[in-house]
Design a protein around this ligand. Structure first.
Ligand code: 5CA
Length: 166
């Protein structure tokens, strides 16, 4: 049982961790292992916003836009180094889960994740993920939902395809 599974066992969260020997270290690896769309993989990215660690949950199909995250967090952001990410969350990069962190880290969630019925997130190790509905994920993380993906990665919604501002 990994640390995240022990954490789960002590709660009533009730998600099922699945282990994939082929590895789920990156979003592409995880999508291949699970057999889902890469957009359904939840990347848990650790940043430091004005000195405090935050976690951004981003669809595997998207790139995080640091300016957008900064504007939602209200502070400039920089990517956390591996040690900072581990200290803040209790997990090594490649296995950081979206909740169950070692410290109380604010969580921001890419709105595009709500475009899927279920998504898959890291379960504490680079070979383990779990399935969850986006709304349940938001609840468990007390996440702030925002448009934090790079606009160039996001599908055009409504209106013309001629570069209308969104
Ligand atoms: N298990 C997979 C899918 S759930 C996973 O954890 N993907 S991830 O995207 O959330 O985690 C890897 C991310 O960590 C990379 O996208 C990258 O943004 C970040 N990363 C990788 N190496 C470093 C590093 N040395 N320092 C800071 N961040 C890093």
């Amino acid at each position: 049982m990994n640390r995240f599974e022990s954490w789960l066992a002590a709660t009533e969260v009730g998600v099922t961790v699945r282990e994939f020997p082929q590895g789920t270290r990156t979003a592409v690896d995880a999508a291949r292992a699970v057999g889902c769309d890469v957009g359904q993989i939840v990347k848990s990215l650790v940043f430091v916003a004005g000195g405090n660690p935050v976690v951004a949950l981003v669809s595997g199909a998207n790139r995080l836009d640091e300016h957008r995250l900064a504007s939602v967090a209200g502070e400039p952001v920089v990517k956390a180094d591996a040690d900072t990410a581990r200290a803040a969350t209790g997990y090594a990069i490649g296995g950081v889960p979206p909740f169950g962190h070692a410290t109380d880290v604010p969580v921001y969630m890419d709105r595009d994740l709500f475009g899927y019925g279920v998504v898959w997130a890291a379960a504490g190790r680079p070979d383990s993920v779990f399935e969850i509905q986006p709304e349940r994920l938001r609840e468990l993380c007390s996440a702030v939902v925002a448009d934090i993906a790079s606009p160039s990665d996001r599908p055009l919604r409504g209106g013309s395809a001629c570069g209308q501002a969104r």
